[in-house]
Ligand binder design. Structure first.
Ligand code: URA
Length: 271
């Protein structure tokens, strides 16, 4: 489906400022550029800008959507920072409990809080976006990145990045039921793509999906008569979870590019 076109907020700000504003490859808006480069997470960057703590090319800048370009000189509290745009990734071993949401009306805690609690100071300045969702009670591999383009790449329906889950279920699935999971079955939002499904134990199914619809694993197993009791994600693309519950590690460049198939050449500043 074609993405809805709208004028990015940073571009509107750039237009308001006149023809000297930098646009084009490498251009970004100030608060997001600070979050991407690991200087300050976005909300803190916006506050620092409003508080007059941020200078752009020698002038105090009060507009979080002020456009910046590759050569822009930025200082925060008098300290100069390079606005690097390298895409980075983290793996986090999500425990059961926290939600993958920014808002938390029930007060159960979010994965963003859990992640920040274990990050070292040098990674605290980044804005970390979750790559897709896991249910509150699902454990396992949750990826984070400083680059929304990686989120879009990994979660786009057309990318078909494989995601490997292990589910303990009610009852014992038969070979015929596994075959239905493999071939694809029809859920209320349409047919599922072919999947890999194998038994690891009589009541433990390993299911690898190349799509990521809401509650998809639970709905597929429910549809073949085996509701999920516990659900864990082991791998996304060729990135395999290898840290303890509640812990994180940085992904290597090879995992970001080869493991997730992401290259940051397709600059897309549409928000
Ligand atoms: N499918 C689900 O049902 N839940 C998850 O958390 C992930 C995939």
């Amino acid at each position: 489906m074609a993405r809805k076109q709208r004028t990015p907020r940073w571009l509107e700000a750039a237009r308001r400022r006149g023809p000297e504003a930098p646009v084009g490859p490498g251009a970004d808006w100030l608060a997001r550029a600070l979050g991407r480069a690991g200087v300050l997470p976005r909300a803190e960057a916006e506050q620092a800008i409003r508080d007059g703590r941020v200078e752009v090319d020698g002038r105090v800048e009060h507009e979080p959507f002020a456009p910046v370009g590759e050569g822009t000189r930025v200082r925060v509290d008098g300290v100069e920072h390079a606005l690097t745009r390298q895409a980075r990734g983290l793996m986090f071993h999500k425990p059961a409990g926290p939600v993958v949401h920014g808002s938390d009306p029930e007060g159960v805690g979010t994965v963003f809080e859990r992640l920040r609690a274990v990050l070292p100071p040098e990674l605290q300045g980044f804005e970390w976006y979750a790559v897709g969702r896991l249910d509150r009670d699902t454990t396992g591999l949750l990826l984070f990145t400083n680059d929304e383009r990686l989120v879009r790449h990994a979660t786009a329906p057309e990318t078909h990045l494989p995601k490997r889950y292990v589910a303990r279920v009610e009852g014992q699935p038969t070979e015929a039921e596994l075959a239905r999971l493999r071939e694809g079955l029809t859920l209320e939002d349409g047919p599922t793509r072919p999947a890999e499904a194998v038994l690891r134990a009589p009541d433990v199914v390993e299911l690898t999906l190349t799509e990521g619809r809401h509650h998809q694993v639970k709905r597929m197993l429910e549809a073949v008569g085996h509701p999920v009791l516990t659900l864990h994600r082991e791998a996304v693309g060729r990135v395999v979870l290898d840290v303890a519950e509640g812990a994180f590690r940085e992904l290597t460049e090879a995992e970001v590019s080869g493991g997730l198939g992401f290259t940051a050449t397709d600059v897309d500043l549409t928000d």
